[in-house]
Design a protein around this ligand. Structure first.
Ligand SMILES: Cc1ncc(COP(=O)(O)O)c(C=O)c1O
Length: 382
């Protein structure tokens, strides 16, 4: 199978990730923070190592400001539901994933929060002027995804962070498509809350993600329960990460994520991104030569995250994806990619579209095979 669905989850994982997980399961497997014996302490140490590695990656001075969740969605829910109160106003964009939109819409119904969706241009850019003009007295939060999972467009985090900081508004970034791929500096970018997945470009297994919560922010925890500390207190502890990490953690996943970050550091985040970008730009240049294909997002040569969403004239996207899957053994993703408003921007809200998303393990031969396969499909069905 040729795997072009890295935006959903990266695969294959580095051997180092698989080996680290296997050796932990074989040699330890104890519950971190739930005992004082050697095995529990070792498990807790491994988790601390992952926190440390992630803190270095995102320029976070206190690793304990990172809490682990199951995925980006949970981390975003924690940030949004933990911060917003009745009557608050939030600015977000049309490009957001349902993991931002749905919790916001839920709070709109239940807590009467107000939402402004910034309109996006067809290539995925959002106007900073309109952002500034949308700020109101009760604006508490700006939540933006670093890169759209439909268009691939990167958003200017420095500039948005600056506007948020000047106006004393919290800035939450959804880094689902960029964590482990683009440098993120929470201090320089004035990011107060950063939600990220462990299972995409950070190369860890599924079932792990995280949230950076700036140490001066106290969120209402999404989940209450045992933290292995302050057990006699009736309330959640105040300190992070205990406040936010009730119940047994996905120790295996977190340890695997740590190995993923180590792998990225060893090879170099810039080296991996350059390879992905070159492949993506090559794919765009080849798609451009096929008259029946319309791709969305920034033009060729303008950097984007390694994904391309496209349509083929007169052929249903679902059918194309099914043929790619069953006849050519190529995995892509169709539909609305959990971002219905982004599909409105590119006018595919009724049809959906096909998304090809790449990783550094893909090759030019695989991209060529995809292009040849698409040409064959168009020839036979177009
Ligand atoms: C931009 C964006 N945000 C959030 C998510 C949700 O990520 P997760 O599957 O880790 O919950 C995704 C998933 O693809 C995404 O692309």
């Amino acid at each position: 199978m040729i795997y072009f669905d890295h935006a959903a989850s990266s695969w294959p994982k580095p051997d180092a990730v698989i080996e680290k997980i296997a050796s932990f399961l074989k040699e330890n497997g104890a519950n971190p923070g739930r005992g004082n014996h050697v095995m529990a302490r070792e498990a807790a140490n491994e988790i601390s190592k992952t926190r440390q590695l992630l803190a270095e990656l995102f320029h976070i001075s206190n690793p304990n400001a990172i809490s682990f969740y199951m995925n980006t969605t949970q981390a975003l829910n924690q940030a949004i539901k933990g911060l917003l109160k009745k009557g608050d106003h939030v600015i977000t964009s049309q490009l957001e994933h349902n993991s931002v939109r749905r919790p916001l819409e839920y709070l709109k119904r239940t807590e009467e929060i107000e939402i402004t969706y910034l309109e996006s241009s067809i290539d995925g850019t959002t106007s900073l002027d309109i952002l500034k003009k949308s700020i109101k007295k009760n604006t508490k939060l700006i939540v933006i995804s670093h890169a759209s999972n439909v268009l691939g467009t990167l958003q200017p985090l420095y500039e948005i962070g600056k506007i948020a900081a000047e106006k004393n508004i919290f800035f939450l970034v959804d880094a689902a498509q960029t964590a482990g791929r683009y440098p993120i500096d929470v201090t320089e970018m004035n990011i107060n809350l950063l939600a990220f997945p462990g299972h995409k470009a950070l190369l860890g297994p599924q079932g792990v993600g995280g949230l950076y919560i700036q140490p001066n922010i106290l969120l209402d925890p999404l989940v209450h329960g045992g933290t292995g500390s302050h057990s006699e207190d009736i309330d959640q502890p105040l300190s992070s990460p205990n406040r936010y990490e009730s119940g047994t953690l996905n120790t295996v996943g977190i340890i695997g994520l740590g190995a993923g970050v180590e792998y990225i550091k060893k090879i170099g985040i810039d080296v991996l991104r350059k390879k992905e970008w070159e492949l993506t730009n090559y794919l765009l240049s080849e798609m451009k030569k096929i008259d029946q294909i319309t791709y969305f997002g920034p033009n060729e040569n303008i950097e984007r995250v390694p994904l391309v969403t496209f349509l083929v004239d007169d052929i249903d996207s679902v059918e194309i994806a099914a043929i790619l899957d069953q006849h050519y053994q190529i995995a892509v993703r169709t539909g609305f990619h959990c971002s219905p408003l982004a599909h409105q921007v590119i006018k595919t809200e009724h049809t959906g579209a096909i998304r090809v998303s790449l990783g550094h393990t893909n090759t030019i031969e695989e991209v060529n095979y995809l292009i040849t396969s698409l040409k064959e499909i168009i020839k036979h069905m177009g």
